[in-house]
Design a protein around this ligand. Structure first.
Ligand SMILES: [Mn+2]
Length: 237
């Protein structure tokens, strides 16, 4: 049996969901069955969905409402999706409680940090001036700035490198890292680009989009095969 991976998606004000294909394709190509989690009002439904999933993938998207980390919204903060914030925080909590493997990408790593009590830069260019462009001009499937991998971190053990290829499509980033989360990659300017939660079986977050480099970069592909393997191991227990 292939592991079933529940993916979160963009949620409009009317509850409609949408997701770029690259996310589900990466899961599919690594031997998982991707399913999109709809927005529903009755949270018991999320409990039932998560119970059936072998792993949860929190995907990229709009900015998180700063009130979720106790800050006022600055005018540099981007578009918000209240229904998505509400839905994903619930799903993340439920998945954590059930100790499901979790992969979080872009907005996902930010949500993970906020869920655990951390804060975000609402806008990197105005709050953390850097010579690195975190909103890359290169195409959607092209790499841009690289990341330094923290020695002996799970990512280091996975790719066996201290620098790896990434891309960058974020104007926000982790500011105060939540207690319990550990950084496993940084951009050259010091922005946190990957994290894990040592107290859990498998919780990993990446600020970049490995699903867009899946076909062209072996290390980014490994991020997905590693996640799927973690989901399989739980399933086979
Ligand atoms: Mn970046």
């Amino acid at each position: 049996m292939k592991p079933i991976i529940g993916l979160t998606a963009s949620v409009q004000d009317d509850g409609s969901i949408s997701l770029l294909e690259a996310y589900s394709r990466a899961i599919e190509k690594c031997g998982g069955v991707p399913i999109l989690i709809p927005y529903v009002k009755n949270t018991d439904i999320y409990d039932d969905i998560i119970k059936k999933c072998d792993g949860i993938f929190i995907t990229g998207g709009a900015d998180i409402d700063p009130c979720r980390y106790g800050k006022a919204k600055k005018n540099t903060c981007g578009q918000l999706q209240q229904l998505r914030d509400e839905m994903e925080l619930y799903i993340l909590d439920e998945a954590m409680c059930k100790n499901k493997p979790i992969l979080a990408v872009c907005r996902g790593i930010q949500l993970l940090n906020v869920y655990l009590g951390g804060t975000l830069y609402q806008d990197i260019p105005t709050e953390y001036p850097s010579k690195i462009n975190h909103t890359q001009k290169e195409g959607r499937f092209e790499p841009s700035h690289s990341v330094g991998v923290v020695k002996d971190s799970p990512l280091c053990k996975l790719v066996l490198k201290d620098v790896m290829t990434s891309n960058s499509f974020h104007h926000q980033a982790i500011k105060d890292l939540a207690v319990g989360l550990e950084a496993m990659a940084y951009a050259e300017d010091g922005i946190i680009e990957a994290v894990y939660l040592p107290s859990r079986y498998y919780v990993r977050g990446y600020q970049w989009h490995p699903e867009r480099l899946f076909d062209t970069d072996t290390d980014n592909k490994k991020i997905f095969s590693d996640f799927i393997n973690a989901c399989k191991e739980v399933k086979e227990q």
